[in-house]
Write a protein that binds this ligand. Structure first.
Ligand SMILES: CC(C)(COP(=O)(O)OP(=O)(O)OC[C@H]1O[C@@H](n2cnc3c(N)ncnc32)[C@H](O)[C@@H]1OP(=O)(O)O)[C@@H](O)C(=O)NCCC(=O)NCCS
Length: 138
């Protein structure tokens, strides 16, 4: 995408460049917490707008480093959606996970087609949430 580059490490990206994510979350993690999330990830892909150095999208994976990775978060800022950036971020992240056996995620039904384009298959899943901990603070 013009004017945007993907990087696999945060490098100099700080919390001030991680604004506007977690759209629609009632109790969202702060930019500082998102920074901690990315620092603690096994692998990540971060889309940075060259002109402003702001992050406009990211994907992150957690892993045991042996067999399995899980992709908890993928998000593109609303004004950058619909231009292929989500697929780019996922391909960039998946390229960093090719040594693993299983790469899993959970998603809404509406996104099945998006992930099938990336080689994912539909599978059953179970999730458990503690909404009091949604912002990841403390
Ligand atoms: C999902 C998301 C990352 C996609 O980002 P994006 O940059 O708009 O995606 P792309 O432009 O690469 O989309 C590629 C294709 O997937 C489709 N697609 C993208 N988002 C979709 C959605 N939410 N529902 C259904 N289809 C979708 C697009 O229509 C496009 O298809 P096309 O090429 O036939 O037009 C973005 O909508 C987002 O951040 N959503 C909020 C967070 C979220 O839902 N994350 C996923 C958690 S599992």
């Amino acid at each position: 995408m013009n004017g945007i580059h993907l990087q696999s490490h945060l490098n100099a990206v700080g919390p001030e460049q991680l604004q506007g994510f977690f759209e629609g979350w009632p109790n969202p993690p702060s930019p500082e917490t998102l920074h901690r999330i990315l620092l603690g990830s096994y692998r990540s892909s971060v889309a940075v707008r060259r002109s402003t150095s702001e992050v406009v999208g990211f994907a992150q994976a957690i892993s045991d480093g042996v067999l399995t990775a899980f992709i908890p978060l993928l998000e593109v800022l609303p004004e950058y959606r619909g231009r292929g950036l989500g697929l780019h971020l996922m391909r960039h992240l998946l390229a960093q996970l090719e040594h693993l056996y299983a790469v899993d995620l959970s998603c809404d039904d509406a996104l099945y087609g998006f992930y099938e384009r990336l080689g994912f298959q539909r599978g059953g899943g179970m999730i458990r949430r503690n909404y009091a901990r949604q912002n990841g603070e403390g």
